[in-house]
Design a protein around this ligand. Structure first.
Ligand code: AMP
Ligand code: ZN
Length: 479
């Protein structure tokens, strides 16, 4: 078995994977906050986790992965109240959407997908343990974790806690490093807000305690791997460490893996900045699930992924190249026999693929191994030097690659149909729209407003809305 090394945010080093329970890797993944549909930035991180778990399993390891669904937080409470429904009803619809999205992207379901609101009792019990140890205090009905009592505070995000004002508190779940303070474990109810009546008083959990309670409930006191996007390292994961380690006295997580962001026009894609695409936005623009899957997994997780139309085009071409290659292997007639050199070449591609992934899930290295092999085999086929048994061996290799890449079987139309898109009647493709927009720009430039209006109308008739932006460029959307 290949030695797997992963980068640990805690030590800032590559470390060999050394599971607590030999043969089984226990992973906790911070899942979606279900107050809106997830965007493709979120799926960048979820895709990395999918590649990780698929690779571990391909190496003969068992995986026990728990993903939480944050179905109670400030934004959820506000949005549900505005919609005049309960938080459970409000979040159900986004959980369903999330499940459809991960299915469309062939992201495997974790062994456990757990909702925060089903684990209030576990959170209360954990807060009680922290109370018994004298690590908490109450203020206005809320319960706070006193970070001055946990000397290791800051070890993950490397913040310097010296000089921090003891007793200063934050109530919001998300805040910046330079505002590190005692954080809320349990929040007193505000008028009109959803709350639970519990042994520690009425209220609702803070975000951080959710993950500590659920992670330890399903995976034990010490997990092998905890994953999330880089934005979660502080304060969320730092606070998870404080709560968990202060309660158990044991190391909470052996290896912290953080995915870099997906960015668009130089900025993090995020709901709050409004610069996001959901999967459905991209499907409506004619992009396929396999294209998006390939694009998201093609950039190693510790590198930022710059999301562009060009990247989508390249990803689509790469998937097509692989599918054409497999079709050629399956349908061509090759002379009988096998070629020892070629068999060795295929073995090498397989071991390079594994070596890439074993090196901190370096998908770029793994994909280079695949595409180099495709090129060499295509050349051998063109020259008539590729034989029947080589093809059998090559097909087995493509299956092995696809156990992780999961783009070969063309299920795109089925997945799109499941989501209510009708791939048989495609709308105007993104390329056609872009070409018309270019033509319209040219018409405007030569002051041919009749033509530019005609084009706008033609696009409108096809359900496409144009939006002229401040910087002079044009954005478009399907209505
Ligand atoms: P949320 O639904 O906001 O709780 O986020 C779910 C996951 O997506 C977390 O692991 C975040 O760190 C991650 N995430 C959020 N925005 C991005 C982004 N632009 N690129 C990559 N991961 C992201
Ligand atoms: Zn979490």
């Amino acid at each position: 078995m290949t030695q797997i090394r992963l980068h640990n945010t805690l030590t800032n080093r590559l470390e060999p994977l050394d599971p607590v329970h030999p043969g089984e890797v226990r992973i906790y993944t911070c899942g979606p906050t279900v107050y809106a549909s997830a965007h493709i930035g979120n799926f960048r991180t979820f895709m990395f986790q999918d590649v990780l778990r698929r690779f571990l399993r391909s190496q003969g390891l068992r995986v026990l992965q728990v993903m939480n669904v944050t179905d109670v937080d400030d934004r959820i409470i506000q949005s549900a109240a505005a919609a005049g429904i309960g938080i459970r009803e409000y979040t159900d619809k986004y959980i369903q959407a999330f499940l459809h999205d991960i299915d469309a992207l062939h992201i495997e379901m974790p062994e456990e997908l757990v909702r925060a609101t089903d684990h209030i009792e576990d959170m209360v019990a954990l807060i009680e343990r922290l109370q018994e140890k004298g690590l908490t205090y109450k203020s206005d009905g809320s319960i706070y974790f006193r970070i001055a009592k946990f000397p290791a505070y800051g070890k993950l995000s490397k913040i310097d806690v010296h000089g921090m004002k003891a007793g200063a508190r934050v109530d919001v779940d998300q805040y910046e490093k330079d505002d590190a303070r005692d954080f809320a474990l349990w929040k007193a109810p505000k008028p009109g807000e959803h709350f639970w009546e519990t042994r520690i008083g009425p209220g609702r959990p803070g975000w951080h305690i959710e993950c500590s309670a659920m992670a330890m409930k399903y995976l034990g006191d010490t997990l092998d791997i905890h994953t999330g996007g880089v934005d979660l390292a502080f304060p969320h994961h730092e606070n998870e460490i404080a709560q968990s380690e202060a309660a158990t006295g044991k190391q909470f997580v052996r290896n912290w893996l953080h995915a870099e962001h997906l960015i668009i026009e130089g900025q993090k894609m995020s709901k709050s900045l409004g610069n996001f695409y959901t999967l459905r936005d991209l499907f409506a623009r004619g992009h396929k699930p396999s294209t998006i899957r390939f694009l998201l997994l093609s950039v190693p997780y510790r590198r930022q992924l710059n999301f562009t139309e060009d990247g989508l085009t390249q990803a689509r071409n790469s998937v097509e190249r692989l599918r054409n290659f497999v079709a050629r292997l399956k349908t061509s007639q090759f002379p009988a026999g096998s070629n020892a050199e070629m068999l060795k070449r295929i073995d090498k591609a397989e071991s390079d693929f594994d070596a890439g992934l074993a090196d901190d899930i370096n998908t770029a290295m793994a994909l280079a191994a695949v595409f180099d092999l495709v090129r060499d085999i295509n050349t051998a086929m063109d020259r008539g030097e590729f034989l029947q048994q080589d093809a059998v061996r090559a097909l087995a290799a493509t299956e092995k690659f696809d156990a992780i890449l999961a783009v070969l079987s063309d299920t795109d139309d089925d997945k799109l149909a499941n989501l209510g898109f009708s791939p048989q009647k495609p709308r105007m493709s993104a390329e056609e729209v872009d070409a018309l927009i270019e033509e319209r720009n040219a018409a405007k430039k030569r002051r041919d407003f009749k033509r530019s209006d005609e084009i706008r109308q033609k696009l409108a008739d096809s359900g496409i809305m144009l939006e002229d932006t401040k910087d002079g460029s044009v954005r478009w959307k399907y209505k």
